[in-house]
Design a protein around this ligand. Structure first.
Ligand SMILES: [Zn+2]
Length: 228
């Protein structure tokens, strides 16, 4: 495990005033607890010195970046361009994306949490998550119809060979389907980060794993057009 991560990682549930509150035993999308925020788990920020650029001014944790570049090269050989749209994001940027946009759109925080993670709860903090677009069909960036693009189709078939998995599958109970958002779980450090978040909430860990297993064993169904 990465000492940098374990030192850095301070979940919101670790403060003293919250120590008497038991972790939730199931995933409740409608509440905020010291551990979860409308179904989002807490994540630490990767130390900045561990980040490297992957193009488009986006950064990922060093090992994830190497795998992403390898995946990009393999996709290019198949005629597919994978565009890094958003890699590492700090809490300040996530605060803007969550609270400022919620205010602009007149969304409640619970509504906003369906499509965006609050600061302190974004997988993008870890440096292991990346939003990917298609080099030809940029129209579908951040759209569920991204899965219909060449990049989307290629990722569904091949991303797992490079250590990437889809975070918000179609069956996720709290967060809407995001075929563009991939997290890297290709080494012990990255697995430690995501497992630690789940371990904070024992009931949620098994629930989410069950949902993801179901999703990955199901044949893919074409979505209807649902931009957001
Ligand atoms: Zn994302």
């Amino acid at each position: 495990m990465s000492p940098a991560f374990s030192q850095n990682f301070k979940p919101s549930g670790s403060s003293q005033e919250n120590s008497s509150i038991d972790p939730p035993t199931s995933l409740d999308c409608s509440t905020v607890t010291p551990y979860t925020f409308y179904g989002h788990l807490p994540y630490p920020e990767v130390p900045p010195q561990n980040l490297v650029e992957v193009g488009n001014s986006e950064r990922l944790e060093r090992s994830a970046a190497i795998s992403f570049r390898q995946m990009q090269i393999a996709a290019a050989r198949d005629g597919v361009t994978l565009v890094p749209l958003s890699g590492f994001r700090d809490r300040a940027l996530q605060t803007e994306l969550f609270y400022t946009i919620a205010a602009q759109r007149g969304q409640s925080l619970q509504q906003r949490a369906r499509v965006s993670a609050p600061p302190g709860h974004s997988e993008h903090h870890t440096g292991y998550a990346i939003d990917i677009g298609d080099g030809v069909d940029s129209w579908y960036d951040f759209s569920q119809d991204f899965e219909r693009t060449a990049a989307g189709q290629w990722l569904m078939k091949n991303a797992q060979n490079y250590g990437f998995e889809l975070s918000f599958t179609r069956n996720h109970p709290c967060v809407s389907y995001e075929p563009w958002h991939w997290r890297w779980v290709g080494d012990a450090d990255s697995q430690f980060v995501f497992q630690t978040a789940r371990d904070l909430v024992p009931g949620i860990r098994s629930e989410l794993q069950e949902i993801e297993l179901q999703e990955r064993s199901q044949p893919k169904i074409k979505s209807t057009h649902t931009p957001h």
